[in-house]
Design a protein around this ligand. Structure first.
Ligand code: IMP
Length: 425
């Protein structure tokens, strides 16, 4: 049975948590393949809200197998806290939750380096979540990272941690004037985590590939979004992992031949958190209105999200990168009160139409979005249960989006609850 990948087609926060939760009902295994606890996937059902940072949203469905693949960087403290919260809500993970022994581990020096680098580069800062994601992936690429397999082997762990702390303390002192970390403190803290985490450690490559061989349905859960991808995003204002569909194979240890479907999730407008170019960003009054109606505050950091019009040029590029055959449009109800709605259909740069998507963030910051204006529907659609009942102008808006991005719309979401979603005929 081939696997399905779910990715964000904008700058993250598209509502992937809700869609993965929905698709989990008909899947056997759900695998997260990149990022770390910088993500915040929100799922609402029975009036209760769950925010998951590391564990796949599929965990909320009884009996589903959930896996953290090798491409994820894991902060054990955050992971154990998440397991504790789930248990307090009667959601057990034992026997159905596994972490790849190849996962790289986040340490306090990663978060500190993230924080200090951001503070020091006041002008060129990225606006990271300060969770240590970038420094941890940097260690992975520099071949000095510590993986779960190392944490489980005491002698290897001691040696690698010592080497890392010596190196990081030197950088922290010389570059940032920070006093540094004690080996004993971190070693002792992480030995406690090791005892709690070791029961989840697994050879997830075999687990996932065997499931596929046994005709199980596997759902691969992306975090962040296409334009935060370290290669294809608005570099350097990106995260440090591969958030596009291609990252799914690397991040969970399967061949591309195993994947037969990629589902893109897009918001009916656009948001981004942190710094970086955002061509369709609203002016202040509309920003406040949509942010408040859409509850656009980061699930991980609580930061207000920047909001703007739907950018079809951006999503069209995401559709190419991820070979999207279908998308899910979320939060359509947030646009209910608008008289007129703009869609960005392309970009102009220095007075000329810009072909393709610019590689440079400097160009993306300087381009002028070209808008087409559509009439709003001016009514509450949050209780609508089927596509046929949507107002004409809402259907028209969805049709235009579909036409402009060249992709079918499979599902529409009009509220945060599980049941506020319907198929598009
Ligand atoms: P980092 O991933 O913490 O290094 O942050 C790098 C950039 O990605 C910043 O602009 C963050 O705001 C953004 N980012 C990271 N994770 C998420 C997410 O889950 N949703 C939206 N933006 C994110």
């Amino acid at each position: 049975m081939p696997a399905t990948v779910v990715i964000g087609a904008q700058w993250g926060d598209e509502g992937k948590g809700k869609i993965i939760d929905l698709l989990s009902a008909s899947s056997d295994m759900i695998v997260r393949f990149q990022g770390g606890d910088n993500a915040g996937h929100t799922v609402v059902f029975d009036g209760k809200e769950f925010i998951l940072h590391l564990i796949p949203s599929g965990i909320l469905h009884k009996g589903k197998i959930c896996v953290i693949g090798n491409g994820v960087v894991v902060n054990p403290k955050a992971l154990l806290e998440e397991i504790k919260v789930l248990k307090s809500k009667n959601i057990g993970v034992e026997g159905r939750f596994f972490i790849s022994t190849l996962c790289h581990i986040i340490f306090p020096y990663h978060s500190k380096l993230d924080e200090l680098k951001e503070e020091k580069s006041a002008k060129g800062k990225i606006g990271t979540t300060k969770k240590g994601i970038g420094p941890c992936y940097a260690d992975k690429a520099a071949r000095s990272g510590i993986r779960l397999a190392d944490l489980l082997d005491d002698a290897a762990f001691r040696e690698k941690l010592k080497k890392n702390i010596d190196e990081k303390n030197e950088i922290l002192a010389k570059v940032y004037g920070f006093s540094g970390f004690s080996f004993d403190d971190i070693y002792n803290e992480y030995c406690v985590y090791r005892e709690e985490i070791k029961k989840y450690a697994a050879d997830t490559i075999s687990l996932i590939n065997n499931s596929l061989n046994n005709s199980k349905k596997v759902l691969l859960e992306g975090a962040q979004g296409t334009f935060l991808d370290v290669d294809f995003g608005t570099y350097p204002y990106v995260t440090s992992s591969s958030a596009t569909a291609g990252g799914a194979c690397i991040g969970c240890g399967i061949s591309p031949s195993r994947i037969n479907k990629v589902v893109g999730v897009v918001k009916a407008y656009t948001t981004r958190v942190g710094e970086g170019p955002f061509p369709t960003e609203f002016s202040d009054d509309l920003m406040t209105k949509i942010r408040s109606k859409g509850k656009e505050f980061g699930a991980t950091t609580g930061r207000p999200r920047r909001c703007g019009w739907f950018d079809a040029a951006l999503v069209r590029h995401a559709a190419i990168l991820n070979d999207l055959k279908e998308v899910v449009v979320t939060k359509l109800d947030v646009l209910d009160d608008l008289d007129k709605i703009n869609i960005c259909v392309g970009y102009e740069y220095k007075g000329k139409k810009l072909e393709g998507f610019p590689a440079s963030s400097e160009i993306l910051s300087a381009i002028k979005p070209v808008y087409k204006e559509y009439p709003g529907w001016k009514c509450d659609i949050s209780n609508i249960k089927k596509y046929a009942d949507l107002p004409k102008n809402a259907k028209n808006y969805l049709n235009k989006i579909s036409e402009l991005i060249g992709t079918k719309i499979a599902l529409v979401s009009v509220g945060s609850d599980r049941n506020q979603t319907f198929k598009v005929k």
